[in-house]
Design a protein around this ligand. Structure first.
Ligand SMILES: [Zn+2]
Ligand SMILES: [Zn+2]
Length: 277
């Protein structure tokens, strides 16, 4: 108990340092804020988020404490207890899916404000670094992620929007953390918007909704062959985590494909999402 509480203290210290006391820049000529358009130079800007005015930065609902160790939810979680056959180790999210983040994601996803990508991507990167620090602390070794796998959107959604937000966030993270991105998953059918559904409907709807491309998965495994890999650690990327049914369905598809290709290789699948609803 005492070692786990000291671990939590170290973790809390890490998150506090990461999220609150990073250096703040006062820019002589502030560019307009990517969200509200303000050129307010009086409120200091955060060094990692120069595209935001100080006021908008202050609205980011960072998740700094969690209640559910599986999905990272900051309050009591009914979904992880009820789920059977969880195919991922854990999910971590950068922020809560509150009205501010809902609006920022809508500006980016539906209004095509691509200037928000570096902002949302950097939020993901912060959560990624926190996740790696946490996993390394709990497993007492430096945990390394071998590849990022974006959650695919349906063809319909892709045509409508022109891009896959999970793929864009994944590409940003791949660039900032020097990781490889593997487009391995695809949707087996179109599913309607998850956000309007009940939990039961979501579960039915996401059952075998995803499949992994075996050729792409085999090519990914080949790229690690010479590195003496003992455990393969993959990170699935998405924008929003709600009940975890989409994430779990992706993790199941990935795990099944890898099992068929490399039955003896231990695989650990993690989820990283921008927002936890
Ligand atoms: Zn602003
Ligand atoms: Zn949970």
């Amino acid at each position: 108990m005492s070692s786990s509480s000291s671990l939590w203290r170290r973790l809390q210290k890490f998150t506090q340092q990461t999220f609150s006391s990073s250096a703040i820049l006062l820019q002589p000529q502030s560019p307009s804020c990517a969200v509200c358009g303000s050129r307010d130079g009086k409120t200091p800007r955060h060094d990692r988020f120069p595209q935001l005015c100080g006021r908008c930065y202050g609205k980011i609902p960072w998740i700094t404490q969690m209640f559910c160790p599986v999905c990272g939810r900051p309050e009591w979680c009914p979904d992880c207890i009820r789920r059977t056959g969880t195919a991922f180790v854990c999910n971590r999210s950068a922020v809560r899916y509150d009205p501010v983040i809902r609006q920022w994601l809508a500006l980016y996803k539906y209004r095509g404000n691509e200037g928000l990508l570096p902002l949302l991507g950097e939020m993901m990167a912060m959560a990624y670094r926190g996740m790696i620090a946490e996993l390394s602390l709990t497993s007492q070794e430096q945990v390394q992620i071998h590849g990022l796998i974006p959650v695919p959107v349906s063809e319909e959604r892709l045509l409508e929007r022109g891009f896959n937000q999970a793929e864009q966030l994944g590409s940003y993270l791949a660039g900032s953390e020097r990781l490889a991105l593997y487009d391995i998953l695809h949707r087996t059918r179109h599913s309607d918007k998850q956000s309007f559904k009940t939990r039961g409907a979501r579960l039915r709807d996401t059952e075998q909704l995803f499949a992994a491309d075996l050729h792409a998965a085999a090519a990914m495994l080949d790229s690690f062959n010479s590195s003496g890999l003992k455990t393969l650690r993959l990170l699935i990327i998405d924008d929003i985590y709600t009940t975890g049914s989409t994430a779990n369905s992706c993790a199941q598809a990935l795990a099944e494909a890898l099992k068929s290709l490399a039955p003896a290789l231990p695989v650990r699948i993690y989820i990283l999402t921008l927002a936890r609803s």
